[in-house]
Design a protein around this ligand. Sequence first.
Ligand code: COI
Length: 348
Amino acid sequence: MMTVEQATYSRLENLDIRELPFGQVFTDHMYVCTYKDGQWDAGKIQPYGNLSLSPGMQGLHYGQSIFEGMKAYRNSSDEVVLFRPIENQLRLNKSAQRMCMPDLPEHLFMDGLKKLLEMDSEWVPSYEGFSLYIRPFMFASGVGVQARPSEEYTFMIICSPVSAYYSKPVKLLIEETYSRAAYGGTGTAKAGGNYGGSFYPARLAAEKGYDQLMWTDSIEHKYIEEAGTMNIFFRIGDELVTPALSGTILEGITRDSVIKLARHIGIPVVERKISVDELMEAYDNNTLTEAFGVGTAATVSVISHIGRGDKQIILDENQEFALRIKENMDNIRVGKQSDDLNWIMKVC
Ligand code: COI
């Protein structure tokens, strides 16, 4: 049975949640589950705090480390709800398989998550635009520097109250030199290293005034993939277009939800290859009118600038489809609109 150790006091009392930077202050408790001798223990909730780790811990050396991003919301009836949590549990296990890590049973993920949210429910903000960001993650916690899969793993969940990841419209630079992921690589897994490898090219883009990169395929740098912290949608004519899943793009749960929700409210969506040239031409002939990124952290973030080399295209920040989708999604999450697609799970 899961064990629970309660924190002696709550740090929440001395905090104004509205003033916090994204994902740097964590709630009073965390969930820890360990895998040893071929099985997971029953899990433990304990006060949030530092871990004691061996310098020889395998996860530090060979990157067996995966994560998820999800959010809990406080709805208009003052209940704490989750958005499609089982999708995160399933995707964690897909990432685990690719990284040669053990499968985490659904009950260990869901029971730990629910109990943690019950205990830290006061941390789920009620302010508009705020939510509790949930970070489940798993890493190789066995010791040894032989390059082979670990035999011990740790799964944890930590939570942090947040608002928007991008506070204003986003400027993206099309990346035509570096790659985020290659065919046959780990691009679809939510592996920590996929993100670490993107920081250097993203820094180069930041030096040119961009917030993030728009990644292209690793073979020709011709087809658009994603933005690293979010999947991408374009409005071309009266249709939304998003890059088809190719094995190198993260299979975003928000991406999937946006496709389903858009269709549900009558916006046509096509998943297909889309080249940088096609995007540029669509801009030149005025059929490209919207671009936005979607993700758990990023929610729906309007893209205002897209750079390609020295050329830059600038889009109107008032984007009709992006706004409609964001409003519908937000309203479903906080219970202001009926949950027709059955996405909401009440926790407490
Ligand atoms: C999320 O949206 O949860 C992500 O994983 C993006 C994160 C790297 C900020």
